[in-house]
Design a protein around this ligand. Sequence first.
Ligand SMILES: *[C@@H]1O[C@H](CO)[C@@H](O)[C@H](O)[C@H]1NC(C)=O
Ligand SMILES: *[C@@H]1O[C@H](CO)[C@@H](O)[C@H](O)[C@H]1NC(C)=O
Ligand SMILES: *[C@@H]1O[C@H](CO)[C@@H](O)[C@H](O)[C@H]1NC(C)=O
Ligand SMILES: *[C@@H]1O[C@H](CO)[C@@H](O)[C@H](O)[C@H]1NC(C)=O
Ligand SMILES: *[C@@H]1O[C@H](CO)[C@@H](O)[C@H](O)[C@H]1NC(C)=O
Length: 284
Amino acid sequence: MIFWKLAPILVMMWHFPVIESAAPIEFRGEVGGNVTIQCAIERRPILFFYFQKGTDFVNGYHASKKIGSNKWANTWMSQDKAVHIYSLNVSHGGDYDCLVKYNDSHEIKKNFIHLSITANFSKPAVTLHPIDDIHWLVTCSSHGGYPSSEMMWNVPESPMVKAVNSSETTDPVTLTFNRSSTVFFNCSGGETKNLSCSVGGVTSDIFSVCTPKDPPGPSPFTPSVIAAICVAVVIAIIFITVLCLRGRKCKKRQRGAATSPGVQLEKADGENEQDALNGDREAA
Ligand SMILES: *[C@@H]1O[C@H](CO)[C@@H](O)[C@H](O)[C@H]1NC(C)=O
Ligand SMILES: *[C@@H]1O[C@H](CO)[C@@H](O)[C@H](O)[C@H]1NC(C)=O
Ligand SMILES: *[C@@H]1O[C@H](CO)[C@@H](O)[C@H](O)[C@H]1NC(C)=O
Ligand SMILES: *[C@@H]1O[C@H](CO)[C@@H](O)[C@H](O)[C@H]1NC(C)=O
Ligand SMILES: *[C@@H]1O[C@H](CO)[C@@H](O)[C@H](O)[C@H]1NC(C)=O
């Protein structure tokens, strides 16, 4: 990949007497990681090669002098004059110069390197704060990212959802960013599921808001309880029927019951107002 980027510049330097290359070559590294930087160096004997950040010497080579006592401690140079930087931190990002003096030339050739440093934000932590039955606050926070990035909310766009505040702090040692954002939910519309927040491409767990505090408990009438009641009722009916079949007294009572106002009301279905009143009184 480095050689693909390098090729056009090499060709350019070979055919034209340019001293400074125009566009910097881009490199990327992650905080805590390593990067290998290959300057555009032609394959002819060199007197020296200096890799520096501004006026700060990073690493290099001189054909006749011993140099490097002041090189960056977290760097080393391989045989092919590639500079390896490890334990990257945010302050390593920026512009670098490659200075090369060839034996057969009186010019110093200079080309530019740009190093971008990134750090992944932590997975946003979600904190749910129900204020009361219909008002909730939700905070998402994440730390250790670079460069800075907005906390994004994957929530419905609605007047019931309002951003409250957001904050960004910079860690003074690592120079990475912490991000926090709070959103207010008006729960008049009920529970909302499948929400999330994300920062720098890292997404939180899915969460729900406005979940009822005390969800209605399971009904005491579970299928097995209902089955048991049915069985008991059937047994009782069979038992009463058997008893009734045995005694004539019972048959009389059955006939009597058939003429009671309650039963008549059921059959007549409100035809008789007086009976309906009787029925109401009985129900009360
Ligand atoms: C970075 O380089 C150091 C030393 O060269 C090595 O020990 C380490 O394993 C490397 N880390 C990664 C993530 O490549
Ligand atoms: C944002 O607002 C919430 C609720 O008012 C509060 O708890 C939190 O501390 C605030 N955060 C910042 C960074 O101001
Ligand atoms: C950033 O967040 C981390 C982890 O929560 C915390 O330890 C650190 O103190 C925070 N730094 C700043 C500057 O807020
Ligand atoms: C970054 O690394 C350099 C060494 O290359 C060190 O001097 C500097 O203190 C480090 N900075 C941070 C913010 O860790
Ligand atoms: C929440 O919404 C309801 C119905 O739209 C409204 O009456 C109430 O004032 C709202 N509460 C807040 C704090 O905005």
